[in-house]
Design a protein around this ligand. Structure first.
Ligand SMILES: *[C@@H]1O[C@H](CO)[C@@H](O)[C@H](O)[C@H]1NC(C)=O
Ligand SMILES: *[C@@H]1O[C@H](CO)[C@@H](O)[C@H](O)[C@H]1NC(C)=O
Ligand SMILES: *[C@@H]1O[C@H](CO)[C@@H](O)[C@H](O)[C@H]1NC(C)=O
Ligand SMILES: *[C@@H]1O[C@H](CO)[C@@H](O)[C@H](O)[C@H]1NC(C)=O
Ligand SMILES: *[C@@H]1O[C@H](CO)[C@@H](O)[C@H](O)[C@H]1NC(C)=O
Length: 459
């Protein structure tokens, strides 16, 4: 149990500490991919930036705003082997769909009474049972799906959460068809930039686009974007894959805060990192011109614990922030979301082919406690709190406000995901069942597939 000394537990409950230590050790292997990550196990070997891993240490209590913690953990050792992602030479085609032809007619039945001319609001609608779900198998999509998020690979016994689709109100949303999707995305690049929930959406889209089948023809083109594993890092800071038949590229880049992060002293492993609230990540500035679709998200890293643990020091206008008000997490987050949106909107003028989306917060469902205090999400009955979203306006005033007057679209998935408390990882891992639960990340296949269906419908 190296690293146990890092805990500054004030509580005396040995059991809590035990659970945390066990959790912490397993987290080292599994948490969101971050090239800058340290592991406690290898605190000497790590790359050059501090880790969000350390954010599990429950030091959020200093947070000035309601912390959105809990975040980004997964509870089982990953069996993921990066080399598996390097592709073989078999000749299966990703485009040859083996799914049944999409019976669009089915989807029209709901719509007989509603006018198709009404503007579609994808965020409103209802979940309906659907036999043709999930869109891929959690057993077979090993190539793209982290095993830690593949609930079919865990001890979980119930899978009823897989059998639903989202029916937006007043919309004839065509069913996702991977062949049509790839054809539509011919020569195009879809980029996800955000936290581990963004990575879930990326993995989901990879599985959807391949039907979850072995796809050795899909090329790993991470190197084109500098997405390679650096020495000492446990993983690259993102991934990029290309479907050769249509020359479609899908990529993900880890940027949990959407801030530009710059180590203050590159030679010092313990260095603080300037977190430029008003400057988008360098990766985004560098590669924006290559994207046709960009999906941003942020949210769960905006808490004091994550900032401290990562040694992120707020900077504004190139200087360390001294504004006490801005030091408050909610204000800093607000500034970043407004800044990145404003920057991106300006960029859209010179990047006319780019379609930009900002995804709203993915809801957590910890009941009877938080992620580190025994909170759980044990309900297994889908939609026990209702299946319909009818609220007016978006669920996320900050993102909605920041996007107002811009050409960036909101991908408002919060209310529809809020109804799906049973679809998180919960307490299941490959090896067994834990006392603690991951009620932040989603099972895949699962809810992020729906986010992608809404995204694809709007392309
Ligand atoms: C990953 O897979 C490769 C090829 O199958 C193997 O050589 C390597 O030892 C594996 N690494 C780990 C960490 O399992
Ligand atoms: C593939 O798509 C890219 C745009 O993403 C384009 O620049 C390139 O020319 C395409 N390659 C081929 C072989 O069509
Ligand atoms: C967020 O920032 C914008 C732009 O500076 C400001 O207009 C808005 O009032 C802020 N919202 C909150 C909740 O602080
Ligand atoms: C269902 O809704 C009630 C009332 O809004 C809320 O208190 C409860 O936590 C919800 N349950 C779930 C499982 O979301
Ligand atoms: C897990 O929960 C069970 C039942 O509540 C309890 O008996 C057990 O001690 C817990 N295990 C740990 C490691 O806390």
């Amino acid at each position: 149990m190296k690293g146990g000394n890092i805990y500054s537990f004030r509580g005396r409950h040995v059991s809590v500490a035990l659970v945390a230590v066990v959790l912490f050790s397993t987290l080292l292997w599994t948490w969101e991919r971050n090239p800058f990550s340290i592991t406690l196990r290898s605190a000497q070997e790590w790359y050059h930036l501090p880790s969000e891993f350390a954010a599990v240490v429950p030091i959020d209590s200093v947070g000035t705003t309601k912390p959105e913690k809990g975040v980004e953990k997964s509870l089982t050792p990953s069996t993921e082997n990066e080399t598996k992602l390097q592709l073989g030479v078999e000749g299966a085609s990703a485009v040859d769909s083996t799914l049944p032809e999409s019976p669009d007619i089915l989807y029209s039945q709901d719509l007989k009474s509603s006018s198709r001319n009404e503007v579609c609001d994808y965020a409103k609608g209802k979940w309906v049972a659907e036999s043709r779900r999930p869109l891929y198998s959690g057993f077979s999509c090993k190539q793209w799906l982290s095993s830690m998020w593949s609930c079919r690979m865990t001890q979980r016994p119930d899978f009823s959460f897989e059998g639903y689709r989202w029916q937006p109100k007043n919309c004839d949303m065509q069913e996702f068809d991977r062949s049509k999707f790839l054809t539509k995305m011919k020569d195009k690049t879809i980029a996800f930039i955000g936290d581990s929930l963004g990575r879930q959406q990326f993995q989901s889209l990879m599985c959807m686009a391949t039907g979850g089948e072995e796809s050795p023809e899909v090329e790993n083109v991470g190197w084109e974007y500098g997405l390679v594993k650096h020495r000492g890092a446990i993983r690259p800071d993102g991934w990029a894959y290309r479907f050769p038949k249509t020359n479609t590229t899908i990529l993900y880049y880890w940027s949990a805060s959407l801030c530009d992060l710059v180590p203050l002293n590159i030679k010092d492993k313990q260095t603080n990192v300037a977190m430029h609230l008003d400057r988008p990540p360098a990766f985004m500035r560098q590669f924006l011109h290559r994207f046709d679709v960009l999906v941003l998200n942020t949210g769960h890293h905006w808490n004091r614990g994550k900032l401290n643990a990562n040694r992120w020091v707020m900077h504004v206008d190139g200087k360390q922030n001294e504004d006490k008000k801005l030091e408050e997490i909610a204000n800093a987050k607000n500034l970043t979301i407004y800044s990145v949106s404003k920057w991106l909107d300006l960029q859209l003028v010179s990047h006319p082919r780019l379609k930009a989306f900002f995804r709203t917060l993915s809801p957590r469902h910890f009941f009877n406690g938080d992620w580190n205090t025994g909170g759980s999400c044990d309900n297994t009955i889908p939609l026990s709190n209702g299946s319909e979203v009818s609220q007016e306006g978006s669920s996320d005033p900050v993102i909605e406000g920041a996007l107002k007057g811009t050409k960036i679209k909101i991908l408002d998935i919060t209310p529809l995901s809020q109804l799906r408390d049973e679809a998180h990882m919960s307490r299941y891992t490959i090896r067994g069942t834990l006392n603690s639960s991951d009620c932040l990340h989603w099972c895949l296949p699962g809810i992020p597939d729906t986010w992608n269906e809404l995204l694809v419908a709007q392309l």
